[in-house]
Design a protein around this ligand. Structure first.
Ligand code: WT7
Length: 650
């Protein structure tokens, strides 16, 4: 891989940057040497009703207890809204861009304050109390943000469930955290299609009731005006309720370790876990990382394309940016509607300076051709972020060269739902970039690479990525199941948090995430990341996307099976198979030469755009009779095609 191809920090990026390399090195050293002092100081970046005197009280051993700023009290909604009112009451807090390009709204901090206060009063009126779990099942509309902040204002714990999830999935999440309140909308809107959120909610509530959890109240936002069923006494329109309550609501004084939100996330086993984040440390961590990782300056327009249903939406659309008094953009639509120029048109329309998206979107847009990008200006862009999966160097270079025209650093941010915020990423004014590497750890983050026996690997090498020291933004427990928390994250390697990711550290101390450890394959005794092979395949100009899995191979132990989605207008043939094998052999080496290549018009992706490798592995193993649950796929029908064209037929 092209480790040596370094993009040096440009003078223009350095010029105004908050952190240069010297500062990074000094702060990092301080944060590791004396975390109490470092975080004691930076904890003051948010406002506290009662200041903390203790900073860190945390251990990865035994029962695993993580506490930060435990004797301080604060409030997230206060910090993200009220404290800005004096200076920025009339500044835009949220720019909302609708699914339809002609639909937009802008909300000032003053307006946000009133919306959130009214929503909080509506929740109170309907009996929501501090510590109650409120399920939010919403499209990407402003009311989703109001709902989240309203919960934090009164100390209710929100559990946002992505609007693309099915009624069953929603019900499971309602039941798991025993949530008696749901906030939803009549319908969602994506690429012009209506999504039946209220109908799904009604069904989920029925299912949950059978599992013993009764939802008492449903607050409904009107988005489309579509026809919905209504249950008198249970369902209430937000606009009617909000008009009937007071426009002010004092923020609840929350202890730093009071729960803030639950978010469900999948692991390698069992049902999704409800990971719990708490108040003080989380807010300090997300505001700090948002500021320095994106080099956020006052007045910048910042756009993260995630959905609020995922942690990225929580931490980097809402909580981090608004804690910093930012202007954040919330986008209801999708990247290719009405055309593949949409993202860049939105950038131009709202003069976006900082843009944060996922590699899957970058690859998809790269696949349709540069002309969709080039017809837009993008001259306001200063920083390009990436998150969610390894970004292969080719996608990285395209993002850098074509989207950013070599003027914007590409900030590849590695982190997980459980982490609360970004753990490994370059800083725009400090870090030389290597395409495909998330580069260096952020302040207070001590990565450790361990082999399968738990031995620490120093210097250059690869293994399992652990984090050695607690940080303020991390998950404190699995809601209602602390044992599972210990088991999942702290039992593989004693005394460390295990990420589940494989990772390589290069000679320069840079980190290269190779994907989940379950995706690592071993071919003829050679260990390699499926991401490496994928990256090589995607580097071929006829390939749009690729997913690689291992399958049992008599001689090699595991063979390499590649699912390849070809670029527009290219069709598959045996000659092309040979060409791709030769190409990968050339890019990585003979050990990485694919054994099987299946041309796949679509890959099985969850609605959060994660490829479900479990399914690909099964099909590669010719075990498609036991695919397990495919209901969470964005398009379950791709599976039939994959089975029909499998390359390992017995
Ligand atoms: C997993 C976490 C919190 C971000 C959204 C996803 C993978 C995430 C990167 C990156 C390589 C990445 C890891 C991680 N991942 N970012 N920059 N480079 N891999 O959160 O759904 O909790 O997924 O996403 O495998 O473990 P998530």
């Amino acid at each position: 891989m092209s480790d040596d191809y370094v993009h040096k920090v440009q003078a223009a990026w350095k010029k105004n940057a908050l952190i240069d390399n010297e500062t990074y090195l000094k702060w990092y050293a301080d944060s590791v040497k004396n975390p109490d002092k470092f975080w004691g100081k930076h904890g003051k970046r948010i406002d506290w009703f009662k200041p903390y005197t203790k900073v860190r009280n945390a251990s990865f051993e035994g029962k695993v207890s993580i506490k930060w700023y435990e004797d301080g009290t604060t409030n997230v909604s206060y910090n993200c809204i009220d404290r800005h009112l004096k200076k920025r009451g009339n500044q835009i807090a949220i720019i909302w861009e609708g699914d339809n390009p002609y639909d937009e709204k802008k909300v000032t901090y003053n307006e946000l304050h009133e919306h959130v206060c009214r929503f909080a009063n509506v929740l109170k009126k309907h009996g929501v109390k501090k510590g109650d779990r409120v399920t939010i099942y919403m499209p990407m509309i402003l009311e989703a943000a109001y709902a989240m902040f309203a919960c934090t204002r009164i100390g209710a714990i929100h559990s946002v469930v992505f609007g693309g999830f099915s009624p069953d999935a929603l019900a499971g999440r309602i039941v798991d955290c025993k949530s008696n309140f749901v906030i939803t909308a009549d319908e969602g809107l994506r690429a012009g299609k209506h999504i039946a959120l209220k109908e799904n909610t009604d069904r989920a509530i029925e299912i949950a009731a059978k599992d013993g959890v009764k939802v008492d109240k449903v607050i409904v936002t009107r988005r489309t005006g579509g026809k919905i069923d209504w249950m008198e006494g249970r369902d209430f329109w937000l606009h009617e309720e909000a008009a009937s309550v007071k426009p002010a609501c004092p923020p609840e004084k929350m202890k730093a370790e009071d729960p803030l939100f639950i978010l469900y996330t999948s692991g390698s086993t069992g049902k999704p876990k409800g990971v719990l984040h708490t108040t003080g440390g989380y807010l300090v961590y997300v505001s700090m990382t948002h500021q320095y990782v994106f080099d956020y300056h006052d007045g910048d327009i910042y756009w993260c394309t995630a959905d609020v249903g995922w942690v990225t939406g929580h931490s980097y659309i809402l909580y981090g940016p608004l804690a910093n008094g930012a202007t954040t953009l919330m986008f209801e639509g999708v990247p290719n509607y009405p055309t593949p120029s949409r993202m860049w048109e939105v950038v131009d329309k709202h003069k976006v300076n900082i843009f944060y998206t996922a590699p899957t979107a970058i690859r998809a847009l790269r696949g349709v051709g540069d002309e969709w990008v080039q017809k837009t200006s993008r001259k306001t862009l200063r920083i390009l972020g990436s998150v969610g999966e390894p970004i292969n160097p080719e996608a990285w270079e395209w993002y850098f060269n074509v989207v950013g025209e070599k003027k914007c650093p590409v900030i590849d941010t590695w982190w997980q739902t459980e982490n609360g915020g970004i753990l490994i990423a370059p800083l725009p004014g400090a870090t030389d970039l290597k395409p495909g590497s998330a580069t260096r750890p952020l302040f207070g983050i001590v990565p450790e690479i361990v082999d399968n026996d738990g031995n620490t690997i120093e210097g250059e090498g690869s293994g399992n990525l652990c984090i050695k020291e607690p940080w303020p933004g991390m998950t404190r427990t699995v809601f209602g199941d602390h044992e599972r928390y210990i088991q999942t994250y702290f039992s593989s390697y004693k005394g460390r948090y295990f990420s589940g990711d494989g990772c390589r550290r290069d000679a320069g101390g840079y980190y290269w995430i190779t994907g989940r450890v379950d995706d690592v394959i071993n071919v003829s005794g050679h260990r390699m990341g499926t991401a490496e092979v994928e990256s090589a395949l995607v580097a071929h100009d006829k390939v749009a996307e690729a997913a690689v899995v291992g399958y049992p191979h008599d001689i090699k132990g595991q063979g390499i099976y590649c699912y390849v989605t070809l670029a527009e207008g290219v069709s598959g043939s045996d000659a092309l198979r040979k060409e791709l094998i030769a190409h990968v052999r050339k890019e990585i080496g003979a050990i990485a030469a694919p054994d099987k290549i299946q041309f796949a018009p679509g890959l099985p992706k969850t609605r959060s755009a994660k490829i479900m490798r479990r399914i690909l592995r099964k099909i590669a193993e010719d075990e498609f009779g036991s695919l397990g649950d495919t209901s969470t796929l964005a398009d379950p029908s791709v599976v039939d095609d994959l089975i029909a064209n499998r390359q390992n037929k017995r």
